[in-house]
Write a protein that binds this ligand. Structure first.
Ligand code: BGC
Ligand code: NOJ
Length: 812
């Protein structure tokens, strides 16, 4: 069953039934000020950091689901309703939510009144703008009482949900004209406040939650709204909220637009006050003035749309398959921007409290985003590298507000360093900007420790070389990419974290075949980079280490039909036919096949065939098989999940593209495509009842074949799946791959495809590429022409900037 449809023309997903199987959300803002908004108006806002600067409150995992948001209540004399159905849940005569590129509109119709709310964060603005459009479609005069509503968070989202003995006494607000200001803790150590305005004189307001709702009422029945009368309450402690009350009279056919601004301000220390205890409102007023009419708001939305037109024009595909085109051209790229902004911090599955920016996550995320705004990827690479230690080790996460490594999560995840090489090289290949390598970058953000970014790549590479185990394979540390394969943890205390507890590190023999493959893939890239930058001695040294790693993998990492996953603490095989459970894992087979280890000898094909046979399923490739059915203390968290979920034999979508790319190394486009299609959300729209999460974005996990309910997805939006699938489809299946000196054209497609067209902007020029597949092959370009002229090899050389060039590639 479907709950809506795609509107590709407008780049929107249109939800027509508010009772989606899970809140289907969108993100507003793409730089500093952000909001999450669900299809019924639920969600919250924050400035830069979902933990430290939470602006409005949200209740995760609540009853009912998705409680709290930016709500509008309409009392029309006959009924009380909300345009997004929730929170009132009054049956609407019609409902529609359109999630677009960083904006959302929600429209409800009741008793002949149409109410549409547009939510977005204008470019370069520290505020969310909401435009409420009311239209009377009847022949009678309509008198409407409109109540807005947001609930302030007391800034730190963690203590806001914890420290009630203090929180209930700190809340402070100011009300001036039509603006409600939230200034809790402003007089002491904060230099920031928030505000909520409307561009219309108000006839009342409320700022005290209990007064607005009534102590025992839910979001669906605020007593002031039911009574049609605000109480003009001024919050003193307890829970400050902001609700404007506006009376609107609409003549038959009349439309009225109200503009609300929910913003955030920071003031200089010596400029905080207008007078004693009265906050300096200058900046808030300036922002409000920028959006004080519907025309100004419409113009700002048009700018945002134009911004997205530009971003999405960098890569456009015309494949003839609308489900594929809409993912590649719109939604997958959009999701890559979102994961770039948020890493794994704030979604409807990530509370925004526990996790900041991940070292490995953010490096991978930027690879799917770098073609959109290379300068932002550049800045991100420097931020990430600045949290690295001088021995190449890394903080696993850092806080977006401070950009400092997060001590609570710590370090010692031995895959982390290699991802910096991946991120940096992807940036250089996209932008051609080698100067990033000379950027001075500190260790652990300590001034005075700066070395070049290139040096950071060297210590990243060396971190692997310096941490090899008994088989010459990389020691796994706390975990490799798989946070739940905790080979040194040995935890029997439920109060310990699997990620941060290491009970047995000394003398550990735990080695990772995933890191081995990763090292070979990005180590080779490092070698090439060294050669390009004239460091031939370093290139040689690095190549030597890669060669021995390949040897070690072949000698001690091959199990006969697939690559083993690891060696455990004791030096016993993990992911081998010798094991009783989890005989085979996806990660090592993905990475070692991507690295092409043993390609000539047939190992790649064999490993991929084993994956097909043992891990593939109707809903995607599961992580391991057979799943763990009991707790293995020497493996850690992976064996805590019930079979079929998350890292224990779930379809962990992030790693499926590794197999797709492995298949392209082997030249099997049919297989790569089959895997791609299985987990690609636009192809799953019809099974939304089962899949549950949004049909326009990837989810981290789809329950695997051994789960209670195979096919049910969880953890949508913030997942490395976005970047990896975009990377796999564009660079390996469609095969348009940025390289140092041009664009490589190397498709690996299903044999039944006859071709496709792509427009790619690259280094200032535009390439209109047509790939033809007259003989129904899967891989291999026989001839390449640019503007009719034949080119040797499969790389289109860089053409003069500003021009448009037509490229024709004919497959073998
Ligand atoms: C999850 C992992 C995640 C880890 C760290 C685990 O519970 O299963 O997917 O990476 O926590 O947050
Ligand atoms: C989610 C984490 O964010 C990511 O870093 C990790 O690689 C995967 N889970 C697998 O455990």
């Amino acid at each position: 069953m479907k709950y809506g449809h795609f509107d590709d023309q407008r780049r929107e997903y249109v939800i027509t039934n508010p009772r989606t199987p899970w809140p289907w959300i969108n993100y507003l803002g793409n730089e500093d000020f952000f909001s999450l908004v669900s299809n019924t108006g639920g969600g919250y806002s924050f400035y830069k950091d979902a933990k430290f600067r939470r602006i409005t409150r949200y209740r995760y995992n609540n009853v009912p689901m998705d409680s709290g948001g930016k709500y509008f209540y309409i009392n029309d004399g006959e009924s009380v309703w909300s345009p997004g159905w929730k929170p009132c849940k009054t049956e609407l005569d019609s409902y529609e939510c359109r999630h677009g590129m960083n904006y959302t509109t929600i429209k409800g119709v009741k008793n002949g009144v149409e109410a549409e709310v547009l939510y977005f964060v204008p470019l370069k603005t520290w505020a969310e703008v909401q435009k409420l459009t009311l239209r009377n479609t009847t022949g009678e005069v309509k008198k409407l009482k409109i109540f807005s509503f947001v609930e302030w968070c007391l800034w730190n989202a963690a203590s806001d949900m914890e420290n009630f003995q203090r929180n209930f006494s700190t809340g402070e607000v100011e009300i001036e004209d039509s603006v409600i200001y939230h200034k809790t803790e402003y007089k002491e150590r904060r230099n920031h406040y928030a505000y909520y305005s409307v561009n219309e004189p108000i006839s009342g307001f409320d700022t005290d939650r209990e007064t607005f709702f009534g102590l025992y009422n839910g979001f669906d029945e605020p007593q002031t709204v039911l009574e049609g009368a605000p109480r003009n309450s001024v919050a003193h402690g307890w829970s400050p909220v902001a609700s404007h009350y506006v009376e609107v009279e609409l003549q038959p056919g009349e439309t009225k637009e109200l503009v609300y601004v929910l913003g955030y301000v920071e003031n200089e220390e010596d400029d905080k006050w207008e007078s004693k205890n009265i906050i300096n409102k200058t900046k808030a007023k300036a922002t409000i003035a920028k959006f004080d009419s519907a025309e100004k708001v419409d113009a700002a939305l048009a700018e945002l749309r134009a911004y997205w037109d530009k971003l999405l024009n960098v890569f456009t595909l015309d494949s003839g398959d609308e489900k594929l085109d809409r993912m590649v051209n719109i939604w997958n790229q959009y999701q890559c921007m979102i994961t770039f902004c948020f890493s794994r911090s704030a979604s409807f599955f990530e509370s925004g409290i526990g996790r900041g920016m991940g070292f490995r996550d953010s490096n991978q995320d930027l690879v799917g985003f770098v073609h959109q705004i290379p300068e932002r990827a550049r800045e991100r690479i420097i931020d990430i590298a600045s949290t690295q230690f001088s021995d190449g080790g890394c903080y696993h996460q850092y806080q977006p507000l401070t950009k400092k490594g997060n001590n609570e999560i710590g370090q010692g995840f031995n895959d982390d360093p290699m991802w910096l090489i991946f991120g940096t090289i992807s940036y250089i290949k996209e932008s051609g900007d080698f100067s990033i390598l000379d950027e001075p970058v500190p260790f652990d953000n300590e001034a005075g420790t700066e070395v070049s970014l290139f040096h950071h790549l060297t210590v990243s590479f060396n971190h692997i070389v310096n941490n090899l185990g008994p088989h010459g394979l990389p020691l796994s540390g706390r975990a490799d990419w798989n946070d739940c394969l905790n080979l040194n943890c040995f935890s029997n205390d439920p109060n310990e974290s699997f990620q941060t507890t290491e009970n047995k590190t000394e003398g550990s023999k735990a080695e990772s075949l995933m890191i081995a493959g990763l090292f070979v893939v990005y180590g080779r890239d490092y070698v090439e980079l060294c050669q390009k930058t004239g460091n031939s001695i370093e290139a040689e040294r690095a190549q030597h280490h890669i060669d021995s790693m390949v040897e070690s993998v072949i000698t001690d990492g091959w199990d006969g039909d697939w690559f083993i996953r690891a060696y455990d603490y004791y030096g016993r095989k993990v992911g081998s036919k010798e094991n009783e459970e989890s005989k085979i894992f996806i990660e090592s087979n993905g990475w070692c096949t991507m690295a092409g280890i043993g390609l000539q000898e047939g190992l790649v094909a064999k490993a991929l065939n084993s994956v097909k046979e043992r891990l593939d399923s109707e809903h995607g490739i599961v992580l391991n098989n057979p799943p763990f059915t009991k707790y293995y203390i020497e493996y850690g968290e992976i064996s805590t999940y019930p079979p079929g979920y998350k890292e224990n034999a779930g379809v962990f979508c992030h790693n499926n593209p590794w197999i797709m790319i492995g298949e392209t190394v082997q030249g099997r486009g049919d297989r790569a495509w089959e895997y791609f299609r299985k987990i690609c959300p636009s192809y799953l729209e019809e099974i939304s009842d089962l899949h549950r999460t949004e049909p326009y974005v990837y989810s981290q996990m789809i329950a695997g074949k051994d789960a209670f309910l195979p096919g049910e997805a969880k953890n949508s939006w913030l997942t490395g799946t976005a970047s990896w699938n975009y990377y796999a489809i564009t660079q390996y299946i469609l095969g348009i791959r940025p390289d140092y000196n041009g664009l490589m054209i190397n498709p690996c497609i299903p044999s039944e495809w006859t071709g496709f067209k792509i427009t790619r902007q690259f280094r200032g020029a535009s390439y209109e590429i047509e790939v033809k597949n007259p003989n129904g092959v899967m891989k291999g370009v026989a001839s390449l022409k640019i503007d009719g002229k034949i080119i040797e090899g499969n790389i289109i050389p860089l053409m003069p900037e500003g021009g448009t060039y037509s490229v024709e590639a004919v497959m073998v």
